[in-house]
Design a binder for this molecule. Sequence first.
Ligand code: CA
Length: 505
Amino acid sequence: MSCPLYIKINDRDNVAIAVNEIKAGTQVMEGVTASQDIPQAHKIALEDIPAGGAIVRYGVVLGYAINPIRKGDWINETMLELPTPPSVDEMRFATNLVTELPEPPVTVWEGYPVEGSMFAGTRNILGISTTVQCVTGVLNVAVERMKRELLPKYPNVDGIVPINHAYGCGVAINAPEAKVPIRALRNLAKHPNFGGELMVVGLGCEKFTVEMLLDEADISPENVIILQEKKGFDAMIDALMEMADKKLARLNERKRQTLPLSSLLVGMQCGGSDAFSGVTANPSAGYAADMLVKGGATVMFSEVTEVRDGVYLLGERCVNEEVGRKLAAEMKWYDHYLEMGQVDRSANPTPGNKKGGLSNIVEKAMGSIAKSGSSPIVEVLSPAEKPSKHGLIYAATPASDIVCGPCQLASGIGLQVFMTGRGTPYGLAAAPVIKVCSRNDMKEQWPDLIDINAGPIATGDASIQDIGTLLFNEIIDVASGRKQSFAEKYKLYNDLCIFNPAPIT
Ligand code: CA
């Protein structure tokens, strides 16, 4: 099969995107000749568009032409005016509930069950929570020693992860929105990969106290070390080593078991998207998501500013009005949050997104939503909340990779699937991250960082079903510990940036 020059998605589209760079003078299709060089992934006009005329891709209006555009012209981000965002007050709910989903090749996986948790662990890790950034230096020294002196004694434990963060003091702890970072840190402490073992390090004078982090029943000298109560550095390290030794010994007894997919929670997000993301990587992730949901698993997708312009499509997929209303409320909360900073959703696309052919947030959103597949949305969560249902979940987090990551971890994801067009070596310490790229060039550039290449879809060498099934199998293998993703193998771990919409003092 020869490689196509362009991809046009919807019959109504009056633009197509270039699969590879198209040179000026090339006949793209009958009656359309490129009037200038069209960079890879960028849009070419398929008809004359007058000033004020709609530019349509995915069958939706991306924006309006600022000046007349001629057939064959390159359309870049400077040439469109953003449409007004769709109203969340007039959304229709539960009108598009798809029940036909692709059958998954398997319906079981190997995980670590956790008592009292809906979802099982994908890894066996000693997670060490902190109440404040002040303890990080001491804790990091101790963790280095734990890894050297203790971890080799416990071969069934995969690693030791300190939950270092910038929250905890110098913050308005009683502000209404402080509930978001507090909930995130509380839920992170009980991540399924930590097996229910609690180990907390506090300083002693911070605003975010151990009482706010843990339930009363969990606060005991077996679980909590306060540095100000220790007589000097050596005593701190001794106490940390002693507690870690006991926790590691218990974690070492954990065993993987064959479990139904209902105990698996997978997160999805994208970063560094390009114009191919919405036709290759994200629809493949959507296909894998549909298979997971069909098999009983739970899949979470997020990133408010990247769904805002297509939110009506999500409203139609909400299982009932209650879920739909929560979706609308989360969108309104975020609109207001952006307004306070005197910006709107147009602040989202990055220079890299634009270089990758994404003109604006509408185009980015249409591609981003594709990763949710087609199944009904059974629940909508505020940032860092835990799901109470199985199926497809929308968790309303920021789109920033390093903020969405910890939010989804706090919700309990055992694994994250990360789609990229431009490339990022992103990873999480507490759960494996599988990276899917949108273009063949990206895989060639980073063969040892990208786990799955969805590029062959653009060149006509594979279908969305092919890559989606490949990704599903990769998710099951990595979740079951039979395989490591590249980010996990190289230990590429980003900092946990805890979402704090409340004031800093
Ligand atoms: Ca992101």
